[in-house]
Design a protein around this ligand. Structure first.
Ligand SMILES: Cc1ncc(COP(=O)(O)O)c(C=O)c1O
Length: 410
């Protein structure tokens, strides 16, 4: 990782003066942990015994036959405890919090997966926990809100701005400025001021290390391409990081194409020409913003992908040409999820299904000697309301209607 947290022209730490000592403390604690082999051992043991790692690399035999091209493998981050790759980062930061002696954690969350993972970590480590979540996301991810509260976290709906992830991040920073002596901000993706992009990528790189070993063992070769969805960028950087030096492995990041790039209703920062470089939320990267630097509204069927910014590390990797960026529309995503359910019995999260869309499009153009890997960053159980709506499922609609009637009667 680069000095002072710059990746080419991107990154940095544009923070208020008052937060400088807190960031210095975090940077030092992270550097000391990285240099300490006992810390990595403790982290790997925790991920093995508590989160169920290593997650498998599953050969998707039926999908491979269906598309008739490259052999398709799926890295199963959905099998982590709490159902997504988010646990890799959160448990690592939890161990750092213990080292720093803080008693409280705060987090922002979009899809709710990072919030559930943080609330889980807080319960396990005996920490107080507050999660900020945009009001729109609270409404569309109610099951995750329920579990965060049951885990003992306070969930604060954010009513500012467009009431989604970027607004939750602003609110979390406000909290941190007031409570930095006791509190650590568990940022959920590879964004934000230094050292967060480097730190989150480091914890997530466990995914890539495992996947590289597994694909060599199981397929006998390195993959031709790796596909990962991109919200802030943490699952993509996690799996990509182990293959950056392998020139023959093409890395493909898939962003939210929403209603289609031509409609402007999407969250494609690196796969469209709609974003421009700016400084916001403490770091420099591509943001979806207007000519005055005001953040634009974003849209995605997947709550975890509709963020206005993107990891500075990924912005740099686009500039250097190491990662190719594509987009998938809401409709394509629901279709890919349905096909994956039917053919393999796997339930990818809507976020992860973006990666499946592009892999499915490209697999038939490759040879049967080629191997591709899709990072299934999370499981789709949380998306039951959104997917049932998108599919207009009559049985589900009736179930919800009956439940609502029971509550009305009570
Ligand atoms: C299952 C899942 N995948 C992907 C993401 C996107 O985040 P990132 O780009 O940091 O991996 C999220 C975010 O909430 C998520 O819940």
């Amino acid at each position: 990782m680069r000095e002072r947290g710059y990746y080419g022209d991107f990154g940095g730490a544009y923070i208020p003066e008052i937060l400088v000592p807190t960031f210095d403390e975090l940077t030092e604690a992270f550097a000391a942990a990285q240099a300490d082999p006992d810390f990595l051992r403790e982290y790997e043991a925790l991920m093995a015994n508590y989160s169920g790692r290593p997650t498998p690399l599953t050969y998707a035999e039926n999908l491979t036959r269906h598309f008739g091209g490259a052999r398709i493998y799926v890295k199963r981050e959905d099998l982590n405890h709490t159902g997504a790759h988010k646990a890799n980062n959160v448990m690592g930061q939890g161990l750092l919090v213990k080292r720093m002696g803080k008693q409280r954690v705060i987090a922002e969350t979009g899809a709710g997966q990072h919030g559930v993972a943080t609330a889980t970590m807080a319960a396990r480590f005996g920490l107080e926990c507050t999660v900020y979540m945009g009001e729109v996301d609270v409404a569309r991810q109610r099951p995750n809100v329920f579990w965060m509260e049951q885990l003992g976290a306070e969930v604060v709906p954010v009513t500012d701005g467009t009431r989604i992830l970027k607004d939750a991040i602003n609110e979390a920073f406000r909290d941190w400025v007031t409570n930095m002596d006791t509190t650590h901000y568990v940022l959920g993706t590879a964004c934000g001021p230094h050292p967060f992009p480097a730190m989150v990528t480091w914890f997530q790189s466990i995914v890539g290390r495992e996947a590289r070993r597994q694909v060599l063992e199981e397929a006998g070769r390195l993959p031709k391409r790796i596909y990962a969805c991109v919200g802030g960028g943490s699952n993509a950087l996690g799996i990509f990081s182990a293959f950056l030096e392998d020139a023959g492995v093409e890395l493909v990041g898939v962003e939210a194409g929403g209603h289609g790039l031509e409609t402007g209703e999407h969250a494609a920062r690196l796969a469209s020409d709609d974003a421009s470089v700016g400084v916001a939320q403490g770091y420099k990267t591509f943001f979806l913003q207007d000519a005055d630097g005001q953040m634009r509204e974003t849209h995605s069927v997947a709550a975890g992908l509709d963020y206005v910014g993107v990891s500075p590390i990924l912005s740099h990797l686009r500039e250097t040409g190491r990662v190719r960026f594509e987009a998938a529309t809401d409709k394509q995503v629901v279709d890919a999820m349905t096909l994956t359910l039917r053919k393999e019995g796997l339930i990818p999260a809507l976020e992860s299904a973006h990666a499946f869309v592009r892999a499915f499009e490209e697999a038939p153009t490759l040879s049967s000697d080629d191997v591709i890997v899709i990072n299934q960053s999370g499981r789709g159980d949380k998306d039951i309301f959104t997917v049932a709506d998108a599919l207009d499922d009559p049985g589900w609609r009736e179930f919800v209607r009956q439940k609502a009637a029971e509550y009305d009667d009570a």
